[in-house]
Design a binder for this molecule. Structure first.
Ligand code: NAP
Length: 283
């Protein structure tokens, strides 16, 4: 069986073209949409991600500033900064980068980001809106999985989707989004007994565990679709996913590549959220 590559590049390009037009219209009518990234770590991967967001924003006409609080910032200092940015009319969107300093919980500090500016949907309020089907910003990575499937005409309604990972940023919100698409969802995690048996019962497997090579051909039934969210450092310093692509090739009907699958769609959706937040703020 030929395994189709579920690339995210065309979808990201389409989303970015629309975002750039909307950003230009906002700029023409007053000021460019403005995103602020709040950093409280000295993690190289986070630094790389911040640079890539700044580059993406710059290309689309979105102003992007960074507030660096240092790797030893307290929960109170992070919360105060997020609250101040939430109340600043010159700021349309706020994103808090992870990892956070030891002892600081994302759910605790992110509650200081107002839902209207929470473009990566991390706060308990945003996650509650998602769970109850109310309008808000879903976490961009979770949304990217759904949008990538739709773009490639992969039906979700009535399909059995196994999500491997239950984090608040990917696995859990993805389960909510998939339920909203009428999929039947199984959420797996590190205590799941016999992971290959569970995932190979699914029509679609989404790997979001952060473990390179976790999902092999043994985890995937012939003809299933596999979407790889994982971004792990590979042996040669490059990025690899959670799926052992070699063992899944020829068995799965389709597989999203890493890099070039979920990643570019995630960034494009984040930037689309920034523009949507700015449009809503300016009426
Ligand atoms: P996380 O917070 O570390 O959560 C990982 C989840 O995977 C946990 O629920 C964990 O289970 C589960 N897990 C770990 N090992 C497992 C195993 N052997 N079998 C089954 N489940 C296992 O990670 P995250 O923030 O959700 O991110 C997941 C991956 O997505 C990472 O590689 C991350 O870099 C990537 N990511 C990509 C993008 C993108 O744009 N492409 C964006 C965000 C994240 P427990 O709950 O039991 O510990």
């Amino acid at each position: 069986m030929d395994t189709t590559s579920l690339t995210g590049k065309q979808l990201a390009a389409d989303l970015n073209a629309a975002t750039a037009d909307r950003a230009a219209a906002l700029t023409a009518s007053g000021a460019a949409p403005r995103l602020v990234l709040v950093v409280a770590n000295d993690d190289p991967a986070s630094g790389w991600y911040v640079k890539s967001l700044q580059r993406a924003a710059g290309k689309l006409g979105i102003a992007c500033d960074t507030v660096d609080l240092g790797a030893d910032a307290s929960a109170d200092a992070i919360r105060a900064t997020l609250a101040e940015l939430s109340g600043d009319p010159a700021v349309d969107a706020v994103m808090l980068q992870t990892p956070l300093p030891a002892g600081v919980a994302l759910a605790d500090v992110s509650s200081a980001i107002t839902a209207a500016k929470d473009v990566d949907g991390v706060s308990p309020h945003s996650l509650g809106l998602l769970a109850t089907g109310l309008p808000g910003f879903p976490p961009a990575t979770a949304q990217a999985v759904v949008e990538l499937a739709k773009f490639h005409d992969i039906p979700l309604s009535g399909r059995h989707v196994a999500v491997v990972g239950r984090s608040n940023v990917v696995g859990k919100p993805l389960a909510q989004l998939l339920l909203a698409e009428n999929a039947t969802v199984t959420v797996c995690h590190s205590r799941t007994t016999d992971l290959p048996a569970v995932t190979s019962a699914a029509d679609i497997v989404v790997a979001a565990a952060g473990r390179a090579g976790l999902i092999t051909g043994e985890h995937v039934r012939a003809g299933a679709v596999v979407i790889d969210v994982g971004t792990n450092e590979g042996p040669d310093g490059g990025i690899v996913g959670d799926v052992d692509a070699e063992s899944v090739q020829g068995r799965a009907a389709a597989l999203s590549p890493v890099p070039g699958g979920v990643g570019p769609v995630t960034t494009a959706l984040l930037m689309a959220h920034v523009v949507r937040a700015a449009e809503a703020a300016r009426g």
